[in-house]
Design a protein around this ligand. Structure first.
Ligand code: ADP
Ligand code: MG
Length: 363
C-alpha cells in the first residue's frame, strides 16, 4: 500500500520530543529507564486529540503508544460521552484539561481492557496506562502498521487463495456480480455488524465513534477495533443515539460498494433482548439474505432516525398514544423490540427459543 510508512526504524526521537510537554517527556523517560519500553520509534499518527507512536518493548514486542493531548477545545465537545456515565458519576473536572485527558486515557484503557478480556472482539491489548499515556499492542507487521479500513486499496489486494466465501452469499442472492473484492467487503460488513452486536451484548458498550476511521484491517481479513475512549455503557442515556450513528456509518461505508441489510433490523439484532448468542447467527443471516442497495432504505430510515427510543419503562409515557398512532400507520413502535415486548405490547416477548428465532426476526 502506497501510503504505508514503515515506522519501526524511523528513530525520530528528536521530533517526538519536540512536540511533547515536559510531563509527557518525563512519563516516557520513566517508561524507557524502567525497561518497560526499549525504544520509541516513528510516529504513526498525529491527530487532534492524540498522537500515536510505534515503540519496541521487551523481547522485541511491537507496541503502540497513544499520547492524549491536553487540548481544551476538542475535549469540551466530549462532554456528552462522559456525563451520564455511571462510571464517571462522581463528576469529572471540566475546568482542568490535564485531568480531562487523564480521564479520557483511563476511559480508553478500561474500555480496551474490558473488550479484550471479554475476548470476542479483536482490539489491541492495553498494556500500560500512565496518566495520559497509553501503551498497547501494535497492530501491524515488521514495523508496518496495518491500514485503517478507510485506507484499504481493495483493488490492489492480491487474492492468492480462494477468497473466503463467508458472507459473500447475499451478494449473489441480490443479483450483484460476485468477485473477490465484493466477497471481502461483504465479509467485512458482516464482521462490523457482529462487532457492534458483541460490543453491545458481550461488553455492554456502544463504541460511539465506530467507522472506517477506527477499524484496522489486519492481513486483509480481520478487523481490529480501536479508539474507544468515547465509548459508553450500553445504558448511557444517549447510547442508542450513538449506536444508530455507528450503524449508519457502517451502512454508508459498505453501501457504496455492496448490498446492505435493513437498518432497523440491524438495530434490533444488536439491541433486542430476544436476540442472544443462541440465535444471533440465524438473525444476522436473515438480515443479510434480504440485503438491498443502500438507497432502498432511505425513506424508512428517516422515520427510524427521528424516533425517540426510550431506555427505561418510565420513559414510555405516551405508549397508549403511540400505540393508537401506530394502528393508524402514523408512526412505528420501535421501542417494543428493544424493551422485549411483543409488537402489540400485549406482553413480554419470549426469549431464547431457537425454534421461534425466525419469527422473532420477521414479525
Ligand atoms: P485518534 O483518532 O483519537 O487520533 P486513534 O486511537 O484512532 O486516535 O489512533 C490514531 C491512529 O493511530 C489510528 O488511525 C491508527 O492509524 C493508529 N493506531 C492507533 N492505535 C494503533 C495500534 N494499536 N496499532 C497500530 N496503529 C494504531
Ligand atoms: Mg481515531
Amino acid at each position: 500500500l502506497a501510503q504505508r510508512v514503515k515506522v519501526k526504524d524511523k528513530q525520530d526521537r528528536a521530533t517526538v520530543e519536540q512536540v511533547l510537554d515536559p510531563r509527557t517527556r518525563m512519563i516516557l523517560y520513566k517508561l524507557l529507564s524502567s525497561g518497560k519500553i526499549i525504544s520509541i520509534d516513528g510516529c504513526i499518527s498525529t491527530g487532534k486529540e492524540a498522537n500515536v507512536y510505534h515503540a519496541t518493548g521487551p523481547d522485541d514486542t511491537a507496541l503502540a503508544i497513544k499520547i492524549f493531548k491536553t487540548s481544551i477545545l476538542t475535549f469540551k465537545a466530549r462532554d456528552k460521552y462522559v456525563s451520564g456515565e455511571y462510571r464517571f458519576r462522581q463528576g469529572y473536572c471540566k475546568k482542568n484539561p490535564r485531568k480531562m485527558v487523564r480521564l479520557w486515557a483511563e476511559k480508553e484503557f478500561r474500555n480496551l481492557l474490558r473488550i479484550h478480556t471479554t475476548g470476542t472482539i479483536k482490539v489491541p491489548h492495553p498494556k500500560i496506562l500512565k496518566s495520559h499515556v497509553l501503551v498497547m499492542d501494535f497492530i501491524g507487521e515488521d514495523g508496518w502498521p496495518c491500514p485503517l479500513l478507510k485506507d484499504v486499496k481493495f483493488n490492489e489486494i492480491e487474492f492468492d487463495d480462494q477468497p473466503e466465501q463467508n458472507g459473500g452469499e447475499q451478494l449473489e442472492q441480490g443479483g450483484v456480480e460476485s468477485n473477490p473484492v465484493s466477497s471481502l467487503l461483504a465479509n467485512l460488513y458482516k464482521q462490523c455488524l457482529v462487532i457492534l452486536y458483541r460490543l453491545f451484548k458481550h461488553c455492554k458498550l456502544v463504541h460511539a465513534d465506530f467507522s472506517e476511521f477506527n477499524l484496522i484491517l489486519k492481513d486483509n481479513k480481520e478487523l481490529y477495533v480501536i479508539d474507544v475512549s468515547q465509548s459508553v455503557e450500553h445504558d448511557h442515556p444517549r447510547s442508542l443515539d450513538f449506536l444508530r450513528h455507528d450503524i449508519k456509518n457502517v451502512q454508508e461505508f459498505f453501501g457504496k460498494h455492496i448490498l446492505v441489510g435493513d437498518y432497523k433490523d440491524i438495530f434490533e439484532y444488536i439491541t433486542s433482548p430476544t436476540v442472544d448468542d443462541s440465535n444471533c447467527d440465524t438473525v444476522l443471516d436473515g438480515i443479510l439474505k434480504n440485503a438491498k442497495k443502500l438507497e432502498a432504505f432511505n425513506v424508512s430510515d428517516e422515520v427510524f432516525r427521528q424516533t425517540h427510543i426510550p431506555r427505561k419503562m418510565q420513559e414510555v409515557v405516551h405508549y397508549e398514544r403511540d400505540y393508537e398512532k401506530m394502528k393508524k400507520g402514523e408512526t412505528e413502535l420501535v421501542y417494543t423490540k428493544i424493551m422485549g415486548m411483543k409488537s402489540d405490547m400485549s406482553g413480554p416477548e419470549v426469549v431464547n427459543q431457537p425454534q421461534e428465532s425466525s419469527s422473532n426476526v420477521s414479525d
